[in-house]
Design a protein around this ligand. Structure first.
Ligand SMILES: [Zn+2]
Length: 266
């Protein structure tokens, strides 16, 4: 019986492994993106009611987040339209919100639901630094990295049931896994770091998106250096999900010439 179950799981794994158009890599995406987008709308709304949202009309930081978001989402649309890959953004209805929160964090749920915590702004320091962070988080969502993590968690922790079954039978656990998969933090506590490969992909496309939106991608180097030195005894939430090391800076420098071409053309 165990053997059969193992075989079923493996078959499910293979069936759920799809070639990702953004990354060009085979990824485990067991959950339909449309279902994750639906769950994201619910969780995003819940998060906004439970936190203090700053208004772009009266708060300069929130206005900056909205401005960067509009430019980056416009650039991304242009990028995939030009490649004839408009389907990558299917179901996206962008939202960019800033919450008053001393944590240094930012994330993007599927479907383009972005939150920036005010606590990260002293580290991003300027609009281009913010564009680096938002470009990076949006790249995680577009590359379906959250789906990959959610799929792995559903297999490892819930026996590979479908999302809808998980939501019906174990709503709290399913919700926690979702929040953890997207770097939101949850009642489960420990934050889950993105894999090195996911980080490299998000850095690469994040740089391109920020550059196309008119922001100097070279700001990424200074931002990640500031983020690393913000570590210490109680590292920012963002650093626990995005471990920074010399390898990241090396890769960023490798991607820079390509990103600079987009910057020059923006
Ligand atoms: Zn990341």
């Amino acid at each position: 019986m165990k053997k059969v179950l193992g075989l079923l799981l493996i078959t499910g794994f293979l069936a759920g492994c799809a070639l990702n158009l953004v990354t060009g890599r085979k990824q485990l995406n067991l959950v339909p993106e449309s279902e994750l987008q639906m769950m994201a709308r619910t969780e995003y709304g819940k998060f906004l009611t439970e936190n203090t949202v700053l208004s772009p009309g009266s708060n300069q930081d929130a206005a900056m987040v909205a401005r960067v978001g509009a430019k980056i989402s416009g650039a991304i649309k242009k990028y995939y339209d030009a490649k004839g890959q408009t389907s990558i953004l299917e179901g996206y209805t962008w939202e960019f919100n800033t919450v008053s929160n001393k944590e240094a964090n930012a994330w993007c749920m599927p479907g383009g639901k972005v939150v920036v915590y005010s606590g990260i702004l002293p580290i991003t320091q300027n609009e281009a630094g913010l564009a680096i962070v938002m470009g990076h988080e949006i790249a995680h969502a577009i590359a379906k990295h959250g789906n990959e993590r959610m799929s792995q968690a559903m297999v490892q922790q819930m026996g590979g049931v479908a999302l809808q079954v998980g939501l019906a039978q174990q709503p709290q656990k399913t919700q926690d896994l979702f929040l953890m998969s997207y770097g939101v933090g949850s009642q489960l506590g420990a934050m889950l770091p993105w894999s090195r490969q996911q980080e490299t992909e998000a850095d690469k496309y994040g740089l391109i998106f920020a550059a196309m939106a008119g922001y100097n991608p070279q700001e990424a180097i200074a931002f990640w250096q500031r983020m690393s030195s913000a570590g210490g005894a109680s590292p920012p939430e963002f650093l626990s999900t995005h471990p920074s090391d010399a390898n990241r800076l090396k890769k960023l420098n490798q991607f820079m010439p390509e990103a600079m071409k987009y910057y020059a053309g923006s």
